[in-house]
Design a protein around this ligand. Structure first.
Ligand SMILES: Cc1cc2nc3c(=O)[nH]c(=O)nc-3n(C[C@H](O)[C@H](O)[C@H](O)COP(=O)(O)OP(=O)(O)OC[C@H]3O[C@@H](n4cnc5c(N)ncnc54)[C@H](O)[C@@H]3O)c2cc1C
Length: 496
C-alpha cells in the first residue's frame, strides 16, 4: 500500500543519516515533512533569542534542502497531541515516522502521540539516530543500570562494537514517486520569522554560528581537513579563553541534530585511520563518548535534572540568593574572567568547556554556593547547544554533586584564566571597558592603584561617595548600576 506519511522533525533537523526519514519515503505516495513549534519546548523562558535564531535558520536550511528534492517543510504551532490528530485527518495520513528522543518530556509526548495515531490505524515508526548507540542497550548490558563512570561506559560500548555507520541523505531518485504539493500548500505552513513570532531581536549580535545542516557539514569538513589537529586533539590542552574557539563548536549542530553524532564519529575514524592519534577520554572520539555517557545517565537515573529525587546526586543545602544569582547571570560579579565568559554566553550562545567549568564552579561549590539547578536554567536558555541531558549531567559534575566528588578542587576565578591568557585579551574582547587595564591587574582590577584605575578609565570598586576624598567622581570612573558580587561580599564581611 502506498502511504500518506508525516515525517515529524523535532531534533534531527537534517537529511543525512536520518533513518526515520528514509523509512517515511519507503512505500510513500505523499510525504509531509513536519515541524511543530510546541509551546512547552519553544517557550521564551527556555529558549533565548540566540537559540531561536539558530532554530529558525536550521528550519530554513532544512526547507531549502527539501525543496531541492521537490518537497518542503511544513511548520505548525501547538501542542503535538492536539495538532497531529487534526493533521492526520486533514491529510488522510497512514504512516508517522520520527527520531527516537530520550528526554522525559519527549518520551511521554511520543507515547501519547503514538497512541493517538494507532487508534486511527496509522502505522508509527521511530528510529534511533540522535545518539551513537541505542541507550537502552547500554543500560541493558550493564545489568539494567546506567554506568556511573566513563571507563565503565567505555567497556560496555567496546562489547557493543562500533556505532552504526551513517546512512546517506535521500536523493531525487528516492523521491521520484512522491506527489508534489499544490500551490495552496506551498503558501500555507511557512516558517515564521523571529519578528512574526513576536520576539525581541534588538539584542541580537552578529550571527557567528548560523544554524542548519549545510553549515554543520561545512564546519565538520573544515575541521576534518585539519588532520594533524584532529589526531593530536586533547581536550584538557585546549584553551577556555582563546579569541577564536579552540574546539570544534559542533555542539549546537549536534544538539539540534543538524549534524548526526554518527557522521561526526565516522568522519573522525576516517581521519584517524593509519595515523597516530589521541584516545578517549581526551580525544574527539572521547568527547562524543562523554555525550553518550551523560545520555545514558539521563535515561537511567530518575529526576536527572533535579537534586531532589535524583539517586546519584549529593543533597546539598545550597543558599538562595537572588542578588548573587542575578550578578552571575548578568555578567556583573566583578571578577573579569567570570564576567567575560558570561558575556560570551549572552552574546554568542557558546563558550569553551573549561570556561563553563569556571563559571559553573564559581556559581556552586567555588564561590556563591547557589544550586546547580539555577545555573542549569540559565544555560538552558542561553546556550545554542542547550541539551537536557548534557546540561544536567555536566552541572552535577561541576558542582561535585555526582560523578565527580573532589569538591575541594576549585577553579580560581583569577588564576585559572591567566594560565592560557596572561594578557587578558579574552577579557578585553568581551569586557571592552577594561581594555586599557594593564595585564598585571586585569584579572583583579580592584588591586590596581587608584591612579592606574583612573588612567584606564574604569574604577573597579567604586567606594560610596561619602567615603574618602579619593572617591571617583562621575566623570573619572564608571558608576556601576547594580552592586557586584565583590561589593556584596565585602558588605557581608563588614556586617559580620
Ligand atoms: C556546566 C556545563 C554545562 C554544559 N551544558 C552543555 C549543553 O547543554 N549542551 C552541550 O552540548 N554540551 C554541554 N556541556 C559540555 C561541553 O562543554 C560542550 O559540549 C562543548 O564545550 C561543546 O563545544 P565543542 O562542540 O567545541 O566541543 P568539542 O570539544 O569539539 O567536542 C565535540 C563534541 O563532543 C560533545 N562533547 C564535548 N564535551 C562534552 C561533555 N563534557 N559532555 C557531553 N558532550 C560533550 C559535544 O557534542 C561536542 O560538540 C556543558 C558543560 C558544562 C561544564
Amino acid at each position: 500500500m502506498a502511504h500518506v506519511c508525516i515525517h515529524w522533525f523535532r531534533k534531527g533537523l537534517r537529511l543525512h543519516d536520518n533513518p526515520a526519514l528514509i523509512a517515511a519515503i519507503r512505500d510513500c505516495k505523499e510525504l509531509y515533512p513536519l515541524f511543530i513549534l510546541d509551546p512547552y519546548l519553544h517557550d521564551n523562558t527556555r529558549v533565548g533569542i540566540n537559540r531561536w535564531r539558530f532554530l529558525i535558520s536550521s528550519l530554513q536550511d532544512l526547507d531549502c534542502s527539501l525543496r531541492k528534492l521537490n518537497s518542503r517543510l511544513f511548520v505548525v504551532k501547538g501542542k503535538p497531541e492536539e495538532v497531529l490528530p487534526k493533521l492526520f485527518t486533514k491529510w488522510n495520513v497512514t504512516k508517522l515516522t520520527y527520531e527516537y528522543d530520550t528526554e522525559p518530556y519527549s518520551l511521554s509526548r511520543d507515547k501519547n502521540v503514538t497512541t493517538l495515531a494507532e487508534e486511527r490505524g496509522i502505522q508509527v515508526i521511530y528510529k534511533i539516530s540522535h545518539t551513537l548507540y541505542d541507550i537502552d542497550r547500554i543500560i541493558e548490558k550493564n545489568n539494567g543500570k546506567p554506568p556511573l563512570t566513563y571507563n565503565r561506559l567505555r567497556d560496555i560500548v567496546k562489547v557493543l562494537g562500533s556505532p552504526k555507520k551513517p546512512i546517506p541523505a535521500p536523493t531525487l531518485e528516492d523521491m521520484k514517486n512522491l506527489a508534489s504539493f499544490s500551490e495552496k500548500h506551498k503558501q500555507e505552513y511557512g516558517i515564521p520569522s523571529l519578528e512574526e513570532l513576536g520576539l525581541d531581536t534588538s539584542s541580537l549580535a552578529e550571527e557567528i554560528f548560523p544554524g542548519g545542516e549545510q553549515e554543520a557539514l561545512r564546519r565538520l569538513n573544515k575541521y576534518m581537513q585539519r588532520t594533524g589537529w584532529v589526531c593530536s586533539f586533547e581536550k584538557p590542552n585546549t584553551s577556555p579563553n582563546s579569541l577564536s574557539p579552540s574546539t570544534t563548536v559542533l555542539s549546537p549542530y549536534v544538539t539540534f541534530g543538524c549534524l548526526s553524532a554518527r557522521t561526526f564519529w565516522w568522519r573522525l575514524a576516517e581521519v584517524y585511520q593509519g595515523r597516530k592519534h589521541s584516545d578517549p577520554p581526551v580525544s574527539l572520539h572521547g568527547q562524543l563518548l562523554w555525550r553518550e555517557f551523560f545520555y545514558t545517565a539521563s535515561v537511567g537515573i530518575p529526576n536527572f535534572n533535579k537534586m531532589q529525587g535524583n539517586t546519584v546526586c549529593t543533597q546539598v543545602d545550597w543558599d538562595e540568593n537572588q542578588e548573587y544569582l542575578a550578578a552571575w547571570r548578568e555578567a556583573r560579579t566583578g571578577f573579569p574572567f567570570i564576567d567575560a565568559i558570561m558575556t560570551q554566553l549572552r552574546q554568542e550562545g557558546w563558550m569553551h568547556h573549561l570556561a563553563r567549568h569556571a563559571v559553573a564552579c564559581f556559581l556552586t561549590r567555588g564561590d556563591l554556593w547557589i544550586s546547580w539547578e539555577e545555573g542549569q536554567k540559565v544555560f538552558e536558555e542561553l546556550l545554542l547547544d542547550g541539551d537536557w541531558a548534557l546540561n544536567a549531567g555536566n552541572w552535577q559534575w561541576l558542582s561535585a554533586s555526582a560523578f565527580f566528588h573532589q569538591f575541594f578542587r576549585v577553579y580560581s576565578p583569577v588564576a585559572f584564566g591567566k594560565k592560557t591568557d596572561k594578557n587578558g585579551d579574552y577579557i578585553k574582547k568581551y569586557l571592552p571597558i577594561l581594555k586599557k587595564f594593564p595585564p598585571q591587574y586585569i584579572y583583579e582590577p580592584w588591586k590596581a592603584p587608584r591612579s592606574v584605575q583612573q588612567a584606564a578609565g574604569c574604577i573597579a570598586y567604586a567606594r560610596r561617595p561619602s567615603a574618602s576624598s579619593e572617591s571617583p567622581t562621575k566623570k573619572q570612573g564608571l558608576k556601576r548600576k547594580a552592586p557586584t558580587v565583590v561589593d556584596l561580599m565585602q558588605k557581608k564581611q563588614k556586617k559580620s
